[in-house]
Design a protein around this ligand. Structure first.
Ligand code: MG
Length: 394
């Protein structure tokens, strides 16, 4: 008996019993449904464990209190599951997508991705979203019968949030919707918005802890100020730590409620009856209200100008770019300094794709590094003080 809850789902949800399927056929799990199996494979993957030491905005070693990609992914899963359950969509599928959505991220957050993309500009570029798919489809090597995790189409579709036409043509099944201009499942759509809701709010929290922005700065932002006024009226004189948490938890709630209410109206007016009805829409069914979109835009602009472009973040990004760029250049010049597993991977890709295959193999190796591993690897290769037998220890 698989643990399906098909009967509790709306007719336009993804039904685990009607999954498009996996690339390699497998027997059905015994006490789990297909999307639970996907989620469990993601949790047991090496790439998932590495999320603990990868950053969003701040470098991992700067403090234990900041979000990492792992805690971010768990927050996204929490928000996504709440929304899916309320709308009677498939909670397990949303959770699987949420937990996997950042698996392809490089070390050092967005700075790392920009640097690696730049290194790969003549060899197909680097894009974290495509890399997440590459991790689950190819790079995880632990199953006897297949490369990757052999996840269902629906989970893979949710992970690939955006894609250029050129890349879409190479991707087959999950790329097709970018060519047809159709929509992904509602579970995929809601997880995308859960991601945005999670990072907008936790970046405020981390930014304040880090001393880059202040509560006073944020009072210019309507979304923040509305909740500040409510909390301040109810709990006058609250200390800053509790005040901030009370505001942020309300901001997340207001955004989630808005998303559910607006999407529910869209579902009713679109008269959905099946997952095919969802896919053939010319725009997404899941949506925030236009008022919420305006407020979110104001918040995002604030975060961009005051947090992501803060000189201290820029300095960190600059260092991250130096590490990534130096490692990539050194490995391209001399593949003999790559660890055995990485060089074997490069040789396999070279046989298939020539020299560009080597670059892709190096990009896979670097993208898989955690922040601290990348720093240690940089030290091993470029710091002359490390010219000792210690270097022989992997
Ligand atoms: Mg994310």
């Amino acid at each position: 008996m698989s643990n399906s809850y098909s009967g509790q789902l709306v007719s336009y949800a993804c039904d685990d019993k009607k999954s498009v399927g996996r690339h390699h056929d497998e027997t059905h799990p015994t006490y789990r449904n297909e999307y639970q199996r996907d989620r469990d494979r993601i949790i047991h993957s090496a790439a998932f464990r590495r999320l603990e030491y990868k950053t969003q905005v701040f470098v991992n070693h700067e403090g234990d209190l900041f979000r990492t990609r792992l805690t971010h992914s768990l927050e996204v899963a929490q928000i996504a599951r709440s929304i899916a359950r309320e709308l009677r969509l498939h909670e397990d599928l949303s959770e699987a997508i949420a937990l996997a959505h950042d698996l392809g991220h490089t070390p050092f957050g967005h700075a790392g991705q920009t640097a690696l993309n730049n290194c790969m500009k003549d060899c197909g570029g680097f894009e974290h979203n495509l890399q997440s798919l590459r991790v689950i489809d190819k790079l995880e090597q632990k199953y006897a019968d297949f490369d990757g995790l052999n996840l269902t189409f629906e989970t893979r579709e949710g992970i690939l949030k955006h894609c250029s036409t050129t890349n879409a043509k190479k991707l087959g099944d999950v790329g097709q919707r970018f060519l047809d201009k159709t929509q992904p499942s509602l579970e995929a759509q809601l997880t995308d918005y859960s991601d945005e809701t999670a990072y907008n709010n936790h970046d405020i929290d981390d930014g304040i802890r880090y001393g880059l922005i202040t509560i006073d700065d944020l009072l210019k932002i309507e979304l923040f100020r509305d909740q500040y006024d409510i909390v301040n009226k109810k709990y006058p004189g609250l200390d800053d730590k509790k005040l901030l948490h009370e505001i942020i938890r309300r901001m997340i709630n207001v955004m989630v409620v808005d998303l559910i209410d607006t999407s529910r109206e869209n579902i009713a007016s679109a008269n959905l009856n099946s997952i095919d009805d969802v896919r053939c829409q010319n725009k997404r069914i899941m949506a925030f209200s236009s008022e919420m979109n305006d407020k979110k835009l104001e918040l995002k602009q604030f975060l961009r100008n005051n947090l992501y472009q803060h000189y201290r973040v820029h300095r960190m990004s600059k260092k991250a770019a130096v590490v990534i760029d130096s490692l990539f250049t050194a490995f391209m010049e001399d593949q003999k300094i790559l660890p055995t597993e990485a060089i074997d991977h490069c040789h396999i890709l070279k046989d298939k794709h020539g020299d560009k295959g080597i670059a892709r193999g190096i990009s896979d190796y670097i993208a898989g590094m955690t922040d601290r591993y990348a720093i240690v690897e940089y030290e091993r290769i470029f710091n002359p003080r490390q010219l000792s037998f210690v270097n022989l220890i992997p």
